[in-house]
Structures are given as structure tokens and as C-alpha cells.
Ligand binder design. Structure first.
Ligand code: GBH
Length: 453
């Protein structure tokens, strides 16, 4: 049994950290308040046809003004940690240059409020809301340097009270989905040579950011990243298929997490990209591969992998069966085992010092009942199943130290606007009233007892 685990087969370790997660553009609103600069997502969401219903983050959950309400929700849940992100353009409205003290003050108030409520802040420095003033966005290598300057400055201001910083959220989303397939801001569909360069600037921003945050904070500050590597479930639980999952996790994330964990681009990636491989400067890979204090992983879904000797890679990724269960977000196949197999493959490949689940959750078929409550039994089922498999990981000694539900409350779901909602609290976007769903009641009980029943 894992050290510190109490008796009982479905108990979590006694020091397991339970939390909830959000991100700045998805909850804050107040997009013109106190000198905040415009971001890529302001521009994108105001471009007709880009976001469902023409929804925007202009108001969202109005957390810029109602953060005390959010803290009260966290307190009522009994969670010990809150993961939120900082809006770069509140601190540096133009992405660089002169800092904006009023923007920083918001995060000072939030951090102080959390600490007063006994809740530990886990801070993400970038969750996709890029200052629009930065020329070329992530196509420009300078953006990685601007990010490091912003991250270092901000960590320096908060680091007396914040001990956990994540550089970036989900490399694949603000690179591939933003510059290759184009569903996310800025909505470009570039050729592979340029996509690989964007990816490189993403991992470089992480590496430079780690260096800057460490230089600006006290020793012992924990620095990591929140990524969403592709993770997989073995076709059947035999050694060859389990090994195939481990291999697939390393290969399929070659341009992102593998580069960060190993400090190099593995040969199979460079060979496959050929002349489209990114331009890498001397010293880049050393920065990118700097050892981390922890690794956070956002877990939603994963395909099945099987060993296949006839495939050049030694494995094949199977498509999801047509009738596989899904939540309302069309990409969200319900694959609870992936949280176990994914963490196991990551732990075996790279032996990170500590792992967190920085996001897990789902959209659901939420309906407000006559009594004003949302009985989201489907979300409870989803969470219960994923957490059962996460408990297995902790039981087997995989070093998962904490878990953050995505999300504390309904919010702006990127290109899906407000048509897909992930909260364990319902938000009435007319009145901004927050109401616990059944899933919040369920999570409160899990946090209280520290075990699945
Ligand atoms: C996370 O991303 C985000 O960090 C968070 O902000 C978000 O609200 C939450 O999850 C729920 O979506 O264009 O068909 O390839 C989740 C990971 C991975 C979800 C890519 C959408 C692909 C859609 N995302 N995915 S597709």
C-alpha cells in the first residue's frame, strides 16, 4: 500500500490533495477592467462564426468581481487547493513592457483570500489567453521570451505566498489546435514546418519560464507544467500491450511532454518530420529539459493501444468504437481506466518526482430540476469511475499527490461557448448565482471521507 494510506481498499493516501480548477478567460469576465489588454481569445470570440452562438468571455462567471463567491464555494466543498490561471494581459497589457499594478492586485486579492480560507493556490501562468499585441503570437520565437519575462515577474510578486507554479496549460491545444487544425484562437491552418516551429516555441516558453520562475522565487518553490499528453489504455492487460502503451505515450508526445522530460526530440519524431522538423537553437533543449518539481496532467479520455509487431512503431492506436459511451462534448469518450494506465506509463517512462491530475471532469446532460438543483448523475458516474482507477494508481505507489476537478463551476468552454458546461456548480449566467450540483455534493463527501465507498 502507498505510504500514508489508511486501511480500506478504496481509501486515498492521508495527505492526498483535493482541489478544483478553473482558467482566467473561462471565468473572469471584466475584459476591460483596470487596464487589461486584449487577448487572442477576445479577438477570436468576437469574430463571427468562431465560437458557438457567438458566445464570448466578456462576462463569463464575472469572477474578477465575484472571486469571494468562488472562494466560498471552495470552502464549502472542503477542498484544500485551487488551481487558477493568471491572465498575462492583466499583468502586461501588451504582453511585455510596463507592468500593470491594478491587474496584479486582483491576483494578490485572490491569493490572500484563498490563504485566509485555508486553501492552497496552484497557479497556471498561461491558459491560452495570449496578449494580442505580441506580433505573430506563438509563431514568433520572441513570444517565448516575453512569456518568461512575464512569468518571472509575476512569480516574483506572488512567490512569497504561492508555492506551486505551472508554466503552461496543454501544449497541444495552444499549438496544434490553434495553428494546425484551427478550432482555437487564432484559428490558423499552417503547413507542418510552421506548426512544428510553433510547437517548439511552446516547449521553449516552458523551459524559459521554469528558469525565470525559479530565479524569481524562494528555494523550495515547486515548478511544473499542466499538460495533456495523449494517453492510452492497453487492449488487454498483458505485458506486451502494457508495454505498447508505455511506448505510445513516449512516441505520440515526442514534440511536447517527451521533449520536456528527456531534453531532446527523439529520433522517430525528427525522422518522421524530415525537413519539416523545427529549427532549434543551441541551448534550447537543455532549457526545455530542465528537471521539474512535479508534472501535472489533464485527463479526459484516451484511445486503446495494442502491440503490433507489423507496425514500424510496434503498436497500433485503435479508434473508439462507434457505440462507445461519450459525454455531450463529442470528443469526450468515457475511458476511466486511462487515468490509471496513463499515470502508470508516465511514471514508468520518466519517473517524475510528483504527479498531479490538474484537470479531470466532463460536460454532462445538466438540467435544472423544479427544486432548482441539477441532479447530474451522469457526471457523478464519470467522476466516480475515473477516481476508482486513480485510487488504484495511488494504491500501487504511483506518485499521484493530488487531483483537481475541472471545473469548480460552469464556464466559457472555448469554441463551444456556453453550450457545453463542465462545472460541479451550476452558474446562472443571467444572475451569476452559483448552485452546487449533485456532483458537488458527491465531491464534498469524497473530500471529507478521503475514500470512495
Ligand atoms: C481542457 O482541455 C482545458 O484545459 C480546459 O480549459 C477545458 O475547459 C477543458 O479541458 C474541457 O474541454 O478539435 O475535436 O480535436 C481539454 C482537452 C483536448 C479538449 C482536445 C478538446 C479536442 C477537440 N481538449 N480536444 S478536437
Amino acid at each position: 500500500a502507498a505510504a500514508g494510506a489508511p486501511q480500506g481498499s478504496l481509501a486515498f493516501p492521508s495527505d492526498f490533495l483535493w482541489g478544483c480548477a478553473t482558467a482566467a478567460y473561462q471565468i473572469e469576465g471584466a475584459v476591460n477592467a483596470d487596464g487589461r489588454g486584449q487577448t487572442n481569445w477576445d479577438v477570436f470570440s468576437h469574430t463571427p462564426g468562431k465560437v458557438a452562438n457567438g458566445d464570448t468571455g466578456d462576462v463569463a462567471c464575472d469572477s474578477y468581481n465575484r472571486y469571494q463567491d468562488d472562494i466560498a464555494l471552495l470552502k464549502a466543498l472542503g477542498v484544500k487547493a485551487y488551481r487558477f490561471s493568471i491572465a498575462w494581459s492583466r499583468i502586461f497589457p501588451n504582453g511585455r513592457g510596463k507592468p500593470n499594478a491594478k491587474g496584479l492586485d486582483y491576483y494578490n486579492r485572490l491569493v490572500d483570500g484563498l490563504l485566509a480560507a485555508g486553501i492552497t493556490p496552484h497557479v497556471t501562468m498561461f491558459h491560452w489567453d495570449l496578449p494580442h499585441a505580441l506580433p505573430g503570437g506563438w509563431q514568433n520565437r520572441d513570444t517565448a521570451h516575453a512569456f518568461a519575462d512575464y512569468a518571472g515577474y509575476t512569480a516574483g510578486k506572488l512567490g512569497d505566498r504561492v508555492n506551486h507554479f505551472m508554466t503552461l496549460n496543454e501544449l497541444r491545444c495552444f499549438t496544434d489546435l490553434s495553428y494546425m487544425t484551427g478550432g482555437k484562437a487564432p484559428g490558423l491552418k499552417l503547413p507542418m514546418k510552421e506548426v512544428n516551429q510553433v510547437r517548439h516555441h511552446g516547449v521553449l516558453a516552458h523551459g524559459l519560464g521554469v528558469q525565470a520562475i525559479r530565479a524569481a522565487t524562494k528555494s523550495g518553490t515547486q515548478v511544473g507544467i499542466a499538460d495533456n499528453p495523449n494517453i492510452y489504455v492497453p487492449a488487454i492487460e498483458t505485458p506486451e500491450h502494457i508495454e505498447a502503451v508505455k511506448k505510445a505515450v513516449r512516441e505520440e508526445n515526442a514534440m511536447f511532454l517527451t521533449a520536456i522530460m528527456e531534453g531532446r526530440y527523439i529520433d522517430s519524431y525528427l525522422t518522421a518530420q524530415g525537413k519539416d522538423a523545427p529549427v532549434v537553437k543551441d541551448g534550447d533543449m537543455k532549457l526545455i529539459g530542465a528537471p521539474l518539481d512535479f508534472l501535472s496532467v489533464n485527463v479526459y479520455t484516451g484511445n486503446t493501444v495494442r502491440a503490433d509487431e507489423t507496425a514500424p512503431s510496434g503498436y497500433k492506436i485503435l479508434p473508439h468504437p462507434g457505440q462507445a459511451p461519450r459525454m455531450p462534448s463529442p470528443w469526450l469518450y468515457v475511458t476511466p481506466e486511462v487515468i490509471y494506465w496513463g499515470m502508470r506509463a508516465i511514471a514508468e517512462n520518466w519517473k517524475p518526482k510528483g504527479l498531479y491530475i490538474s484537470e479531470n471532469g466532463c460536460s454532462a446532460d445538466d438540467k435544472v430540476a423544479d427544486d432548482g438543483k441539477v441532479y447530474d448523475t451522469d457526471r457523478v458516474m464519470y467522476l466516480r469511475n475515473y477516481l476508482t482507477h486513480l485510487q488504484r494508481a495511488t494504491r500501487e505507489g504511483i506518485p499521484v499527490k493530488g487531483y483537481f476537478v475541472w471545473s469548480l463551476m460552469d464556464n466559457f468552454e472555448w469554441e463551444d461557448g456556453y453550450t457545453k458546461l463542465f462545472g460541479i456548480h451550476h452558474v446562472d449566467f443571467k444572475t451569476q448565482k452559483r448552485t452546487p450540483k449533485l456532483s458537488a455534493d458527491w465531491y464534498r463527501e469524497l473530500v471529507r471521507t478521503n475514500r470512495l465507498v
